[in-house]
Design a protein around this ligand. Structure first.
Ligand code: SF4
Length: 545
């Protein structure tokens, strides 16, 4: 069976695609058929790279598309065009019947409807078990051209087939109903949870090893999809064995993935093992995942400082920064709003952690903030927070990088119905932060933003869009418009010409309205109601102060 993996990011980031690599390995391990895999990545200059001799999409049996965010839909269309395959191969509203089957998964497919006319199958949640099951069924049937084939496919937990549902719209664009086309099509598709052993969740390309210390998150921040996935820890003895194995095979970097590594019940012991390994080979780089400020005990900070870990995977890989750096995510500058977002942690606690880290020699900090909530169109709290962090680190002249992520409500999270502020307002808030801190503090400050305005609009359409959006994205692509090369005015003009009312997709979605991703939505209405009321837009009336 020929498997083509399309990953719309640079090959240097392939090492992080441990989930995708685990899919390929799990299919091989199953041993049902001979497997040939090729990973294709999209480089910054819009060219393709291959991990092995490439085969064309038409020679493939299954194409797996891994999207880290919804804007990746545009890159996926670019990739298949570069591969010489017609982007419009899928026929809207028709049940797919030809090879290759195109399956998509990853955080970028949380709202599967924006991909409805572009792929055949979307994995909801973890994809390893589901992908193996799809291969088995395809191998058994040979072609996806019968209803029996699709009847088996929809039995797989966490598999959504958009073309097996009718979507009816009201004249004003509101979704009237989403109905299965056949009685055997499930009305709801729940999050697919992998049952694969933690032992198989690691990737090693001969140079970089990516280990998975935890899956999901033990916390439930209302905006975060990771918190909606069950929390699981990889036992220490398995991680220890993997570390020994990759070091013996010449690993130069060990990345330990975790939503909050500090939460792992044996985080101290794991850091001890990593430190011993690092001492034996000081040229080895150890990069650990995120850490929560309220979990960073002094022993943990001490261990991190001894390890000299560049504890920010992003800057290590995108900018080759190797200095010891502590990444913290205050998200907002107000205790009250942070608590309402589900991240119960005070500014005082975060400052205490920064102070303690300074004592252990940390002189670089990365601070993550979210800007552009529809209920909080201001940044004075963030500016005050940063000023205080600057004062706190004045003595050692520590460097702070402020990483700003524009708010993007993610489907299947408690904040899925919240509105977006749009490009102009969101970027004016970002500019407000930069201007306020442009004085003498600027020398110790760096800024980065997780999105460009064009990327933001593509993400918003992918995160919010109904299946009409998948058609629009295809049309934009056919007009030569994409998220990498198109300027904002040209994108806005093209969206206008295609009849897209952006405000429709940026608005707050009322609780009684059917969301495009309703089949995969599992968030209790009561939880959403309570959040929407507590975090009301100013125009809605009262705001909980
Ligand atoms: S924001 Fe961090 S702590 Fe909160 S749920 Fe997500 S990963 Fe967990």
């Amino acid at each position: 069976m020929k498997l083509l993996f399309l990953l719309p990011y640079s090959q240097r980031l392939l090492a992080f695609a441990s989930g995708v690599q685990a899919i390929a390995q799990a299919i091989v391990r199953r041993g049902t058929f001979e497997v040939e895999s090729c990973f294709v990545t999209l480089e910054d200059d819009n060219t393709l790279s291959y991990t092995s001799s490439p085969f064309s999409p038409t020679d493939s049996d299954i194409i797996f598309v891994g999207l880290t965010n919804p804007a990746g839909i545009s890159d996926y269309l670019t990739m298949i065009e570069l591969l010489g395959w017609p982007a419009a191969r899928r026929v809207p509203n028709e049940i797919p019947s030809v090879r290759p089957l195109v399956c998509a998964g990853g955080w970028g497919t949380a709202n599967p409807e924006a991909l409805a006319d572009l792929v055949d199958i979307i994995f909801v949640g973890n994809a390893i078990n589901s992908a193996v099951a799809v291969c088995e069924i395809l191998g058994h049937h040979g072609k996806p051209n019968t209803l029996d084939f699709w009847r088996e496919i929809v039995q797989i937990p966490g598999v959504y087939v958009p073309q097996l549902y009718h979507v009816r719209f009201e004249s004003d664009g509101v979704i009237q109903a989403v109905e299965p086309k056949y009685a055997w099509v499930p009305t709801k598709v729940a999050f697919g949870v992998d049952t694969v052993s933690a032992d198989s969740l690691w990737a090693f390309d001969g140079e970089t090893a990516v280990l998975t210390a935890t899956r999901g998150c033990a916390y439930r921040c209302a905006y975060c999809p990771i918190g909606c996935e069950p929390y699981r820890e990889t036992p220490l003895e398995i991680l220890e064995r993997q570390i020994a194995e990759v070091v013996a095979q010449g690993a130069r970097q060990i990345v330990v993935n975790a939503a909050t590594l500090s939460r792992h019940t044996q985080a101290n012991e794991l850091l001890d093992i990593l430190e011993r390994t690092y001492r034996q080979d000081p040229n080895l780089a150890v990069i650990v995942g995120s850490l929560r400020a309220d979990e960073l005990s002094l022993p943990l900070l001490q261990r991190l400082s001894r390890l000299q870990t560049p504890a920010n995977t992003l800057s290590y890989y995108t900018e080759s920064k190797t200095q010891a750096c502590l990444t913290l995510a205050p998200e907002v500058g107000s205790d009250h709003i942070r608590a309402l977002l589900g991240k119960v942690m005070t500014n005082a606690k975060i400052f205490e952690t920064i102070g303690a880290a300074r004592q252990f020699g940390f002189n670089h900090f990365m601070l993550y903030f979210i800007v552009g909530f529809d209920f909080h169109a201001e940044v004075t709290d963030i500016i005050s927070f940063i000023r205080h962090a600057l004062q706190l680190t004045e003595e050692t002249q520590a460097h702070l990088v402020v990483r700003i992520t524009p708010f993007m409500p993610t489907a299947r999270t408690p904040m899925q119905r919240f509105g977006l502020l749009g490009v102009e307002k969101t970027w004016s808030l970002i500019d407000e932060i930069k201007t306020a801190l442009a004085g003498k503090e600027a020398a110790r400050l760096g800024f980065s933003c997780a999105m460009t305005p064009v990327n933001y609009l593509y993400q918003a359409l992918g995160a919010r869009g109904d299946r009409r959006v998948s058609h629009v994205l295809l049309k934009l692509h056919q007009r030569g418009i994409n998220q990498r090369a198109t300027a904002l005015p040209a994108l806005q003009r093209a969206l206008h010409e295609e009849g897209v009312e952006l405000d429709w997709y940026l608005r707050r979605i009322p609780l009684d309205e059917i969301v495009p991703w309703t089949v995969v939505d599992e968030i209790p209405a009561q939880l959403q109601r309570s959040l929407l009321a507590k975090l009301a837009r100013p125009a809605d009336g009262t705001r909980d102060k």
